[in-house]
Design a protein around this ligand. Structure first.
Ligand code: FMN
Length: 185
């Protein structure tokens, strides 16, 4: 059994890590990077409720597969405790978080386990000059789409206007509902 409970995160440019570290700090846990690691789902019961934080990259939500596996295993192990969810996933992205939450846009990443995972949405950041080439190319296409999209939202227009620089919407205080969820579980 680990000495300390953990908050798991995946991150490429650090914004998901910032949220994970704040959540961990507030809950007296340790933030642990699982970006390139498959987390074994055994032995995590003692750490429930578990929190994962990860960014959306187009058709991927980093860490979602891990979280789905763990949620399935925890539900089996904790079946006597009823139907409350034992795993939360905090999606970090550039889509307006209120809209993402309304659409519950990360649900699809959890497949059959989607009803086992509590989902939260927080805003990320992007700094174009620092992007890897593949990411820069992909983001250009996204901006092009938004720039000609009829009825683009204020957030999408802001993204387009951010041009060659980018912007930072990270606000770790927005993780408060996640902390409350963990504390009241
Ligand atoms: C290539 C690329 C694709 C992205 N796709 C999405 C997306 O589909 N939806 C979204 O909300 N954010 C998207 N983002 C924004 C990232 O989720 C955001 O920059 C996040 O803060 C990155 O997290 P990290 O710093 O932890 O790596 C994308 C960013 C890049 C570079």
């Amino acid at each position: 059994m680990p000495a300390e409970k953990r908050v798991f995160f995946s991150s490429v440019y650090g914004s998901s890590q910032a949220y994970a570290e704040e959540i961990a700090k507030q809950l007296g846990r340790e933030a642990v990077d699982i970006t390139d690691v498959e987390l074994p789902s055994e032995g995590l019961v003692e750490e429930a409720p578990l929190i994962f934080v990860g960014p959306v990259y187009g058709v991927k939500l980093l860490g979602a597969e891990n979280a789905a596996c763990v949620a399935r295993e925890l539900d089996k192990a904790l079946i006597s405790q009823g139907s409350a969810k034992h795993v939360a996933f905090v999606s970090v992205g550039l889509t307006d978080p209120e809209k993402a939450a309304k659409k519950d846009s990360s649900a699809k990443f959890f497949g059959d386990e989607k009803d086992r995972v509590e989902r939260f949405y927080v805003p990320g950041r992007i700094h174009y000059p620092k992007l890897k080439l593949a990411h820069r190319t992909a983001i250009k296409a996204m901006l092009l789409y938004y720039s000609s999209k009829p009825g683009a939202t204020a957030f999408e227009r802001e993204l387009v206007a951010s041009g060659a620089i980018g912007f930072d919407k990270v606000d770790v205080s927005l993780a408060a509902p996640v902390i409350k969820w963990a504390e009241t579980r």
